[in-house]
Design a protein around this ligand. Structure first.
Ligand code: 6PG
Length: 251
């Protein structure tokens, strides 16, 4: 049985799934602002979300929410300067943040100026805890956390075989990713799994086999993204190429 928290949205291609995902994102923002006066959201990095960010930056979309009630965080970051081409924050700025009327004080990038990523992770966790409401277990309760999925089943910077997968006492941690030969700072499972809603965007045939495993009933936990099981729902936005190996009877 497919995890009851999983809600699947399938669209023909990345453009169509970005449109669906944008409407869902705005709906979550509107609900949070109506109910609690604020929308705490963590953006994902990578290439998949870029069309979504550009859609959200369009005037007919930006006008639908009060951006002064939005607090933007980053789910994970490559440990490079924010103006480096690999920076997730730099990408989010280019595609979205420079085009919406959000107060600068509501934009919270992961700092990457400390000598070591571990210090950046600690500082970021402290920042999150000062802004985002905490659960009884002292984990931040984000209204929405956005995620992608790599073709190895990683999400955020929770890569297979890395120590961060075992981190259960911090919301944010640093991780050295051998196969990328680089440091990352990432939200951890305790943080992700406290979110009210999670959205995962998956596009392209290279992820079809892993997605078919993950979204089949009773599948063995082989990939980091399968341990993302929040208190709320996980909305999967997938295009037909990524869904091409799904057995329609499995969900
Ligand atoms: C990152 C992301 C990462 C990403 C996946 C998918 O820093 O790269 O946070 O988790 O979501 O690697 O990346 P694509 O969207 O580029 O396929």
């Amino acid at each position: 049985m497919l995890d009851p928290r999983y809600i699947l949205h399938t669209d023909a291609d990345l453009a169509a799934l970005s449109q669906s995902a944008a409407l869902y994102w705005l709906e979550q923002a509107q609900q949070a602002i109506e109910q609690r006066g604020v929308f705490h959201v963590a953006l994902t990095g990578g290439s998949t979300p870029q069309p979504l960010y550009r859609l959200l930056a369009r005037p007919d979309m930006t006008e639908r929410i009060d951006w002064s009630c939005v607090h933007i965080f980053i789910g994970d970051e490559r440990y490079v300067a924010h103006d480096h081409p690999d920076s997730n924050f730099g990408m989010a700025r280019d595609c979205l943040l420079d085009h919406v009327s959000i107060p600068e004080g509501n934009i919270h990038p992961i700092p990457t100026h400390y000598e070591h990523a571990c210090e950046a992770a600690e500082q970021y966790a402290n920042l999150i805890n000062a802004i985002v409401p905490l659960s009884g277990g002292q984990a931040p309760i984000f209204d929405l956390i956005m995620l992608g999925m790599g073709d190895d089943g990683h999400t955020a910077s929770l890569f297979p075989g890395t120590d961060i997968l075992r981190c259960d006492d911090k919301s944010v941690a640093a991780v050295y990713v051998e196969k990328l030969a680089s440091w990352r700072v990432s939200m951890t499972y305790p943080c992700l799994n406290q979110a009210r809603q999670i959205m995962v965007m998956v596009s392209g045939g290279s992820k079809a086999a892993i997605l078919a495993h993950i979204l089949q009933k009773d599948s063995e936990t082989l990939y980091p993204i399968q341990a993302v099981l929040p208190t709320g729902e996980v909305h999967w936005f997938i295009d037909h190429a990524a869904a091409s190996q799904l057995d329609q009877s499995s969900f």
